[in-house]
Design a protein around this ligand. Structure first.
Ligand code: BGC
Length: 416
């Protein structure tokens, strides 16, 4: 438990990323979708984004089709050593990244040694810098061949992901202690299978639940394989939890409670027996007013998302019911000018301390994100990084807020 402004000894201080958003040179279901949709996304930018962000500031990027093609991403594949060195200089002791399935198994049954080598080298570098790896197995992207065989909504999905899980566990199982099987299953299933916003653009409740079911199977399979390497492996998921806040009124409370149980807890509850720690991703509060989302906001990020650091306390407290260790595996904001990050970070960490003082077993905080990256259907304009990336030269620059984060890490406490 924490005392005053300090954090517990051995607290995991880190940052997180995902393969598709930073590596570059991928060939997966998203790259195919991006090429088909870039023009459309650029054309629709005004309609899609103008309400969400300070549109004038990002207009030139948001209306350019190139913004929506991941391409070289942050060129991390070629610059990972530099990125890890910067992280290490900041004092980061933990780093969450994802393995790109399409890099490991580009065609069905064909394992790429080059793909495997890349992640071994990344792990070597982390080891050299004394940084603890947290590996995610699925972070929104899948190989094209998997999707062409029915993908996440198909009855045969588990037949197709076994090889990937086995290969990864065999190659890296003994090198890594902390594993996240799936990232935000509800966010993925909602956007890809219910709202039709992301590939494969389905709008079907049946597909939504089928995808979730298959992700549970994926989780179970990976859990068992990892535990067979060593019982002490720590296996969890990353859950995107929202603070659903109900205004007065019976209906508001009913709606908030339904959303909370479905969105924040369904996947965790159904799999709790095979979850060693809960990875929490927190970005938003949703105010429920007259049974609907209210449009009343505090300060906003560049994405137009309300910045509500106190919400982190509430979602942490909600997770206390499982009696499992919690690690924040994502939390951050898009802030291209780096004007709001420092304050938001400090206030959010204050919320963590408040929860810890009340007994919540929080063991770490991994900021989203280590560096600027490709933000899915919004492309490159949102800037989530502690490290700024110049997309013309790929040069890196540490943001001022990252220096503040570094101070907090080095002192293991929040300033007064
Ligand atoms: C996802 C990340 C994404 C972040 C910011 C999370 O839901 O896991 O991939 O970049 O939110 O939108």
């Amino acid at each position: 438990m924490s005392d005053g402004n300090s954090f517990p000894k051995n607290f995991f201080w880190g940052a997180a990323t995902s393969s598709h958003q930073i590596e570059g040179g991928n060939e997966n279901d998203w790259t195919r979708w991006e090429k088909r949709n870039a023009e459309k996304l650029a054309e629709k930018a005004k309609e899609r984004i103008s309400k969400r962000a300070s549109f004038e500031k990002i207009k030139s990027h948001a209306e350019d089709p190139e913004n929506y093609i991941s391409g070289k991403a942050a060129n991390h594949k070629n610059r990972f050593k530099e990125d890890i060195e910067i992280a290490s200089n900041l004092g980061i002791n933990s780093y969450r990244f994802s393995i790109e399935w399409s890099r490991i198994e580009p065609e069905k049954g064909e394992i790429s040694q080059e793909g495997i080598e890349f992640y071994h080298k990344l792990l070597d570098k982390l080891e050299e810098e004394g940084i603890k790896p947290f590996i995610t197995l699925h972070h929104f992207t899948s190989p094209k061949w998997f999707v062409d065989r029915g993908g996440w909504e198909s009855k045969t999905a588990s037949k197709h992901f076994q090889n990937y899980i086995e290969t990864v566990v065999e190659e890296f199982g003994d090198r890594v202690e902390y594993w996240i099987t799936v990232n935000e299953p509800h966010v993925y299933a909602l956007n890809s299978f219910l709202l039709g916003r992301w590939p494969p653009e389905k709008r079907n409740p049946y597909s939504y639940f089928k995808c979730l079911k298959n992700m549970e199977k994926f989780h179970q399979e990976a859990y068992e394989k990892l535990k067979s390497v060593e019982e002490t492996k720590k296996v969890g998921i990353s859950s995107h939890n929202t603070y659903f806040y109900a205004e007065k009124g019976f209906l508001n409370h009913k709606v908030a409670s339904f959303l909370r149980e479905h969105w924040n807890h369904r996947f965790i509850k159904r799999n709790i027996k095979s979850i060693d720690f809960i990875g929490l991703n927190y970005y938003k509060r949703r105010k429920i007013n007259k049974g609907l989302f209210a449009n009343e906001f505090h300060e906003k990020s560049d994405m137009g998302w309300e910045l509500y650091p106190e919400g982190l306390y509430h979602v942490l407290k909600e997770l206390d019911r499982y009696d499992k260790p919690i690690i924040i595996t994502e939390h951050g904001l898009a802030d291209s000018e780096d004007e709001k990050r420092e304050k938001y970070l400090k206030k959010s960490l204050k919320s963590c301390q408040k929860a810890m003082k009340e007994g919540v077993n929080l063991q770490g905080y991994l900021h989203w994100s280590l560096l600027d990256n490709f933000e899915w259907d919004s492309g490159f304009w949102p800037r989530f990084g502690l490290i700024e990336v110049d997309y013309d030269t790929y040069e890196r620059k540490v943001r001022e807020s990252a220096e503040t984060y570094s101070e907090i890490i080095k002192n293991n406490e929040l300033p007064e």
